[in-house]
Design a protein around this ligand. Structure first.
Ligand code: GLN
Length: 486
């Protein structure tokens, strides 16, 4: 059977279960696809083909023995390179971790491994997840499968590009300010950031701990629900993971939106949002209205301060989290040193890239005595106001719908020298992290051959409603079936 690499998780599962294909064949097809297109796209920092074949054969044995009924058995997945994988290099796309081989699995990886998923490799990203284009990777830039001159978005650009180019069946990313949703939108795939506390971050290299969340990047909404099922739940090793019931998210996949109340916050369609993007999102909302939903314009006045608030809080937390890279415990250590202080200084000077250093300095500044109240404390207060904006909106609406990214994918290099323009790429996604809410990015059109993504934001712990709306829209459209030419 040809084209196995294009399958979704649920399609592959049907064929595996009926015995029409084996996991080895599926994995082989994905590895061949990688051989064919990875030289153009460059989504992976590390590939583990032998391991993948071994795991696939093991999965086939499980199935033959009658123990393969789980939907993830033998499914080839890709993992963002800031998630620890036992025995496999985990670099965070940073020179400072370029030799780091974790002795343990991240919680999410462990759960997938236990369910006999197959791991094909670790995906490229912006260094320490700081960026929106993968241009901040210390190693190389990933290219957008829809147009190789363009960025795939970031920071989970490798994970999104790998899914869009069929170099894996699905992947995991992390999202601190949009790093799952923005690249998913720019690559024309589905990406979800769950509610803060839904997924344990044990083994995720920390960037900004009050914002970080792990989530799925997939070819369709059904796969998103399947992968979400696999990674959610309380884990005592991450004290922020919350002990709330985890529903079966696939049960939410009914194309039914009658009476559903959609808020359309006008601030997300303001300045900077390309007219073509806004139009595609409005068209999607009209389609949901035709299906029986009730949409209404609303306003979240404090959203305007989202970006400014984030760029105090995230760097402040990063400056603390990244203090651990001192040349003693992890990865890179400078070659020439005259003493401890000198060693730490040189190690960090050589090991971190420019963007990471800039964030550490901004964060340290914002936390210093004398500036703390003016910056960090103020940002925390603004955070509360933004959260209240959302709380108020959700008294009236079941979901909010906005663009995911204000524009389609931009050209490599276009924003690299303009930090503000780059940061504006996350203007629609960042407020969601600030408020800890779940949100999903979903393809809803094209501009100049590049995908446009809409964003569905939900109430805390209400991923089901988001998935239901996304599924209803997906069933009524065929954007998710479009493939890049490559
Ligand atoms: N682009 C944003 C940043 O650089 C968000 C990144 C992320 O979500 N990890 O911080």
């Amino acid at each position: 059977m040809s084209g196995l690499h294009t399958l979704t998780i649920h399609e592959a599962y049907d064929l595996l279960r009926s015995g029409e294909i084996t996991s080895r064949e599926l994995t082989q097809a994905v590895l061949e696809r990688i051989e064919a297109v990875e030289p153009k796209v460059r989504a992976y920092i590390t590939l583990t083909p032998e391991l993948a074949i071994q795991q696939a054969e093991e999965a086939d044995r499980l199935r033959e023995a009658g123990n393969g009924s789980d939907v993830l058995v033998g499914i080839p997945l890709a993992i963002k390179d800031n998630l620890c994988t036992r025995g496999v290099l985990t670099t965070c796309a940073s020179k400072i971790l370029q030799n780091f081989v974790p002795p343990y699995d991240a919680h999410v990886v462990e759960r997938l491994r236990r369910r006999s998923a197959v791991f094909v490799g670790k995906t490229n990203m912006d260094e320490f997840a700081m960026g929106s284009s993968t241009e901040n990777s210390a190693f190389f830039v990933t290219r957008n499968p829809w147009n190789l001159e363009c960025v795939p978005g970031g920071s989970s650009g490798g994970s999104a590009a790998a899914v869009a180019a069929d170099m894996c069946i699905a992947s995991l990313g992390s999202d601190t300010g949009g790093s799952i949703r923005q690249p998913a939108a720019l690559c024309g795939v589905v990406g979800m950031k769950p509610t803060y506390g839904r997924v344990s971050r044990y083994g995720l290299v920390a960037y900004a701990s009050s914002l970080d969340q792990i989530g799925p990047i997939t070819k369709d909404v059904t796969d998103c629900a399947i992968l979400l099922n696999a990674i959610c739940g309380k884990d005592h090793r991450d004290s922020t993971s919350v002990d709330v019931p985890v529903p079966d998210f696939t049960a939410a996949l009914v194309p039914e939106v009658k009476g559903l109340r959609i808020g359309v916050p006008k601030e997300f369609f303001a300045q900077g949002v390309a007219p073509e993007v806004a139009e595609a999102v409005y068209r999607a909302i009209r389609l949901l209205e035709e299906m029986g939903a009730i949409a209404e314009e609303t306003s979240l006045p404090y959203i305007e301060y989202g970006l400014a608030c984030y760029y105090i809080l995230a760097p402040a937390e990063a400056s603390s989290n990244l203090a651990r890279y001192d040349g003693v415990k992890y990865g890179w250590r400078t070659q020439e040193l005259t003493g401890h202080i000198d060693m730490v200084e040189k190690t960090r000077g050589e090991g971190f890239g420019a963007e990471v250093k800039q964030r550490i300095m901004i964060g340290t500044y914002a936390l210093s005595a004398g500036y703390y109240d003016a910056y960090y404390l103020k940002a925390q207060q603004v955070r509360t106001l933004i959260r209240r904006d959302f709380d108020r909106a959700f008294e009236q609406y079941d979901v909010l719908i906005t663009p995911t990214s204000p524009t389609v994918a931009f050209r490599i290099g276009e924003k690299a020298d303009d930090p503000l323009a780059m940061k504006l790429a996350d203007v629609c996604t960042i407020p969601v992290n600030i408020a800890g809410l779940p949100a999903l990015a979903l393809p809803c059109g094209f501009q100049d051959g590049l995908p446009i993504g809409l964003q569905i934001i939900g109430k805390p712990w209400d991923e089901q409603t988001i998935l239901r709306v996304a599924y209803a829209y997906e069933q009524a459209t065929d954007w998710h079936r479009k493939k890049p030419a490559l």
